[in-house]
Structures are given as C-alpha cells and as structure tokens.
Ligand binder design. Structure first.
Ligand code: NDP
Ligand code: 8X3
Length: 252
C-alpha cells in the first residue's frame, strides 16, 4: 500500500465523492460512516473499478469509545494513512436560538466538533509515527460567517476553523499538513438531514440557482492533497458562482 486516504462520512455527498476521486488517483481507502450497507457497496464498486484496496469501518463518530476502538482495530497496514478527510458532519434544524432543539444542538456539537476530534486524535498519532500526513478538515462558509438561525451549526463550523488552525501549529514539527476547506451551498443529503427527511423543504434550498455538487468539492480536495510536498493550502473557501457569502444567493 503506497498511499492511503481515510475518509469519514463516505456514505453520501462530499465524502462519497472524495472516495471516488482518491480511488481514481490510485489511493487505497479507509471509508467510515454509520451506514455499513452503503460503505460495503461503495467499497466493492471502487475495488472493481479502480483495483484499489478498500477497508470499511462503521461507527458513529459521536461515540468516543466506538470511534477510537474501531480505528485502532484496523489492521496495521492501514495506519499508514497519507490523507485524512475529516468530513463526517451534519446540521440539524434551522431555528432561532430561543426555539432551537437542545437535542439537535448536542447532535451537531457531538458530531462536528467532538467526532472530528476523536478521529483526529487517533489518526494524527499514526501520521506522527509515519513522519508525514495531511489532514483536510471540512469546515463551511458557516465557519467563516453566521447566518440567521444557523447559530449552533455555525458555531460548530467556527470551532472546526479554530481547530484547523490549532492542529496546523501543533502538527507542524511533525511534517503534517493541515488544511480546511469551506464550501458554500453544496447539493447533497445535507439539507434533507437538516430538515429531518423533508425532501420538499430541502429541495427549496437549491431552487433558482446552480449549487455546487459534491464532485466540485471532492476535486478541490484532490487539488489540495496533490500539491507538492513543500506546498500547503491552509484554508480554502469555495462557493457556487451564484453565492456571494453565507446569506446572499442570487436566484435568477
Ligand atoms: P451528507 O449528509 O450528504 O453526508 C454526510 C456524511 O456524514 C454521511 O456520510 C454521514 O454518514 C456522515 N455522518 C453524519 N453523522 C455521522 C455520525 N454521527 N457518525 C458517522 N458519520 C456521520 O452531507 P455533505 O456531504 O454535504 O456533508 C459533508 C460535510 O461537509 C459535513 O461536515 C458538512 O457540514 C460539510 N459541508 C456541507 C455543505 C453543504 O452545503 N452540503 C457546505 C459546507 C460544508 P452516515 O449517515 O452513514 O453516518
Ligand atoms: C453548509 C452550508 O450555508 O447551509 O455548511 O451552512 S450552509
């Protein structure tokens, strides 16, 4: 195994698109997410199509023990992770602070911040052992700006922005690159998850303009990962052309 990408949240959207791109580029893969059936189907497809090795590991990143134990249970050859795409994440609800669901807040905090930390704690140590690596964190435009009713989701992505900067400082002596990519609107399962399965409401988010698709973000992540050894992209914001900032979308 020469190059390995570990992608969290590979069962859908940006993570799944990253799995395709890294497999196309000859990377062996560790794919994680809760939906094991999707992981297994994707692994078989990528192995058949690109002849790459794919390990799958199904766990909920909110569960600290499961996350650490499942990662540590991977056979030793998979510890040679070259690129970690810290992608698993979600939004739940879109309500003003005084009306927000506390359960939703906890789900977002536990997934987007704590889950990312649990995975990073394990994999950064593997990278230190290997003397190299690249951690690519999925932030968001919601981690750069705040929009109406985005409150807690925006806070979790601001935390990712801060953690990205902190990780870069801490891992610098170990030769590990750290990058955050901050997309604007990407049409994935994201809004359907945010609105708890309400497909109609989710679809409306992307009405009247051309959003990014998961492949746009995945190709940009590949660009970030494929820079020469002496080049690191610290931070990258990527938006649909129709979106100026978190709250301004031109719907023609
Ligand atoms: P999707 O809903 O399409 O995919 C989310 C992925 O995260 C799924 O594979 C899901 O897997 C995984 N995931 C969610 N919760 C957990 C959990 N508790 N444990 C393990 N895996 C989990 O959304 P996107 O692809 O759009 O989102 C990917 C990332 O990009 C997220 O961090 C999101 O915040 C960020 N982002 C998205 C934008 C957008 O507009 N879509 C814009 C900016 C950033 P499973 O359910 O199988 O566990
Ligand atoms: C997802 C993009 O604008 O819906 O992070 O928060 S947004």
């Amino acid at each position: 195994m020469s190059k390995i990408a570990l992608i969290t949240g590979a069962t859908a959207g940006i993570g799944e698109a990253c799995a395709h791109v890294f497999a196309r580029e000859g990377y062996d893969l560790v794919l994680t997410g809760r939906r094991l059936d999707r992981l297994e189907k994707l692994a078989k497809h990528l192995n058949d199509k690109y002849n790459v090795e794919v390990a799958v590991s199904s766990f909920d990143v909110r569960n600290r023990e499961d996350t650490i134990n499942n990662l540590e249970a991977l056979p030793a050859q998979w510890r040679k992770v070259t690129v970690l795409v810290n992608n698993a994440g979600l939004s739940q609800g879109l309500d003003p602070i005084q009306k927000g669901s506390i359960d939703d807040w906890e789900t977002m905090i536990d997934t987007n911040i704590k889950g990312l930390l649990y995975v990073s704690r394990v994999v950064s140590n593997w990278m230190i052992e290997n003397g190299k690596g690249h951690i690519i964190n999925l932030g968001s435009i919601a981690g750069k700006e705040v929009y109406a009713n985005g409150n807690v989701y925006c806070a979790t992505k601001h935390a990712v922005d801060a953690l990205n900067k902190g990780m870069r400082i801490d891992l610098l002596p170990h030769g590990i690159k750290v990058t955050a990519i901050h997309p604007g609107a990407v049409e994935t399962e994201f809004s359907e998850v945010r609105f708890k399965g309400d497909k109609e409401r989710a679809k409306k988010v992307y009405d009247g303009f051309k959003p990014l698709v998961a492949e746009d973000v995945a190709e940009t992540i590949w660009f970030i990962a494929s820079r020469p050894a002496h080049v690191n992209i610290n931070d990258l914001v990527i938006m649909p052309t129709a979106q100026a900032n978190a709250g301004t979308i031109f719907r023609g």
